[in-house]
Design a protein around this ligand. Structure first.
Ligand SMILES: [Zn+2]
Length: 89
């Protein structure tokens, strides 16, 4: 390998690493789970103290988490409808 080849190869490496995504990739919080402060409150949606994302472990407030829970439920509903639709045809 000549000097220019080495130089070029090194340049390519640099370009490739520059294209890598940043360390902090935005998480879609697709798998948020509810957390309750008191075990006695568990299972009661109105008493959820916080939501935690299983993917990135971010803690979300009840208001924030509810948005992602609703979005996940909607995705599930849509995919279920699509499955049933395919079965009918
Ligand atoms: Zn997340």
């Amino acid at each position: 390998m000549g000097f220019l080849d080495k130089l070029f190869a090194r340049k390519e490496d640099k370009a490739a690493s520059a294209e890598e995504p940043p360390a902090e990739v935005e998480c879609s919080h697709a798998a948020v789970i509810a957390r309750w402060d008191s075990a006695a409150d568990m299972g009661k949606p109105e008493l959820v103290s916080a939501y935690v994302c299983e993917a990135c472990h971010a803690t979300l407030s009840r208001e924030e988490g509810a948005v992602f829970v609703a979005a996940a439920a909607e995705r599930l509903r849509v995919s279920e409808e699509g499955r049933q639709d395919r079965m009918r045809h």
